[in-house]
Ligand binder design. Structure first.
Ligand SMILES: *[C@@H]1O[C@H](CO)[C@@H](O)[C@H](O)[C@H]1NC(C)=O
Ligand SMILES: *[C@@H]1O[C@H](CO)[C@@H](O)[C@H](O)[C@H]1NC(C)=O
Ligand SMILES: *[C@@H]1O[C@H](CO)[C@@H](O)[C@H](O)[C@H]1NC(C)=O
Length: 490
């Protein structure tokens, strides 16, 4: 979910009236970058207790991992925390249904900022889904069909992740430090996966998270090698309906609401005309205040202006911002337009479920799909207004492949904006990529969407899907991922 755009953009509209409360990042010291000795076969772990794994040389990192036989009876699964000093990141890990000893490893995070990856797990691509009050149901099109996969609640303050002394994370760059430590520790303790091809995937605000996280993991490899450890075999990034470049996304709200880019125009002509006339001013202001250099006050003002002119008209409609082909179900602040999210929260509130998962007993509050506190902190830091596409070019230039896929009916992180930045940004394959026409790609002989691909970068749309592609189009999404993991053309 790109919660920030939906709600914090609206929050931004209220800036003028409210004294917006800013939360500045707490300083956290440098982490000890050290690492770990390998774990043995994890399947010996207990189902009732955590096994604490730690390395004598690095006492401030540890792993509390628990075998949690739930969700997918056909594979080994684990849940637990990776502890980075006083910061505790909760994860779910499922081995592959195919060949855990050979298959690649996928890291998954949802967006927000502030939303739990349990949404991705139980609503979209996990081995089981929680779609009603009856609990988990086996999901045949899970992304662990051909890969080992973990889902992380991040940053701290999201889902079941927490910190001991009120530490907070307010930017993607800070979050990336915890994630890189998490990944290093994970592979040290789940040592049979060491050196395995590793893919970092995310959705929505993941379009900002994933390139920064992957870059941190890539850069960290030098330290791992110096410490005599196996580097992380970072192979690709995958971004679904991402917000990677705000500068192309914001003007595209016009295209989505006022042209047949996905469905027939939904706003009236007079509103659309006004929006169209505003685009040059919005772009100029954003470019001067957020892109060429980031001037916090002016960038925020530009965002308020652009939101009022280009996003607010959409929110006056009844349409679902995550899928303009349908109306929002429930209040967006309550259901995120998808009542299924309520079932997931209720499931994660069950005492027996928390016990199975090994949720830390200090977490007593009701489960919250998305943390407003985390979202507000990122907004106060204008985290979104940082040039994330530079990370994507740097990764591509170093041979890390990138898949940018977009459900075609999403408004909030739409295909128009995503196509624009992928065509415009600078990288060593820009020339080859940007001249390619889109072509159809198919699943089982049926058109699934459009794509172009060159030099390690693939852009693809999925017809009939909104923001959460694997929720709307599970078969197509799995096929997309399988072909990507197999390094095949779509
Ligand atoms: C739960 O499962 C039962 C039995 O399959 C079914 O009758 C019932 O409708 C389900 N409940 C919900 C809320 O879907
Ligand atoms: C990384 O993964 C790729 C793809 O599976 C594999 O070919 C390569 O040998 C791996 N590299 C290392 C250093 O293990
Ligand atoms: C937690 O959820 C339950 C059940 O929905 C509700 O009755 C209770 O008031 C909630 N507690 C808090 C602290 O919000």
């Amino acid at each position: 979910m790109f919660w920030a755009a939906g709600l914090l953009y609206l929050g931004a509209l209220a800036l003028a009236q409210h004294d917006y409360q800013r939360t500045f990042a707490a300083n956290h010291g440098q982490y000890n970058e050290g690492l770990f000795t390998p774990a043995e076969d994890l399947s010996i772990l207990s189902e009732t207790e955590f096994t604490t794994l730690s390395h004598p040389e690095f006492p401030r990192y540890s792993v509390r991992v628990k075998k949690s036989q739930f969700c997918d009876e056909t594979v080994k699964s684990y849940t637990g925390y990776i502890d980075i000093e006083a910061r505790h990141l909760f994860f779910y890990f499922f081995e592959s249904r195919n060949n855990p000893d050979k298959d690649d490893v996928i890291f998954w995070t949802n967006g927000g900022p502030g939303c739990s990856s349990s949404l991705g797990l139980f609503m979209e691509l996990g081995p089981c889904r929680v779609l009603d009050a009856n609990g988990t149901k086996f999901h045949p099109e899970s992304w662990n069909s051909n890969a080992n996969i973990f889902f992380v609640d991040q940053p701290i303050g999201v889902g079941f992740s927490y910190a001991d002394y009120g530490e907070v994370v307010s930017t993607t760059e800070e979050a990336a430090k915890d994630i890189a430590a998490f990944v290093a520790i994970f592979f040290e303790n789940f040592s049979k996966f060491k050196g395995r091809a590793f893919h970092m995937a995310g959705e929505s605000y993941g379009g900002r998270y994933i390139p920064v996280f992957a870059a941190e993991v890539y850069d960290q490899n030098k330290k791992l090698v110096e410490a005599g450890m196996t580097p992380i075999n970072l192979t690709s990034i995958m971004i679904g309906n991402g917000i990677t470049d705000f500068y192309t996304m914001i003007p595209s709200y016009y295209d989505m609401a006022c042209t047949p880019a996905s469905v027939a125009p939904i706003l009236d002509i007079s509103t659309c005309t006004r929006m169209k006339q505003t685009i040059p001013r919005c772009k100029k202001w954003l470019k001067e205040s957020c892109v060429d250099q980031l001037d916090a006050i002016s960038c925020e003002a530009a965002n308020v202006f652009c939101s009022q002119e280009l996003s607010a008209p959409f929110f006056s409609s009844t349409k679902n911002p995550y899928d303009i082909s349908r109306d929002c179900e429930g209040e967006i602040s309550d259901t995120l337009c998808y009542p299924v999210t309520k079932h997931i929260s209720s499931f994660l509130d069950r005492a027996d479920v928390r016990s199975t998962l090994g949720v830390d007993p200090s977490i007593t509050a009701n489960f919250s799909s998305c943390s407003n506190d985390v979202g507000s902190r990122f907004y106060a830091k204008l985290d979104e207004f940082h040039p994330t596409h530079h990370y994507v070019s740097a990764l591509l230039d170093r041979g890390v492949r990138a898949l940018i896929y977009v459900g075609r009916n999403d408004w909030i992180c739409n295909h128009v904006g995503n196509e624009r930045w992928t065509l415009e940004f600078e990288w060593n394959g820009h020339k080859e990529f940007s001249v390619l026409p889109l072509r159809e790609w198919s699943v089982a002989g049926k058109k699934a969407g459009m794509t172009r691909s060159a030099k390690g970068l693939t852009y693809a749309t999925i017809d009939g899907a909104g923001h959460m592609v694997p929720y709307d189009k599970p078969k197509e999404a799995l096929e997309l991922v399988n072909r990507w993991l197999g390094n095949q053309d779509l």
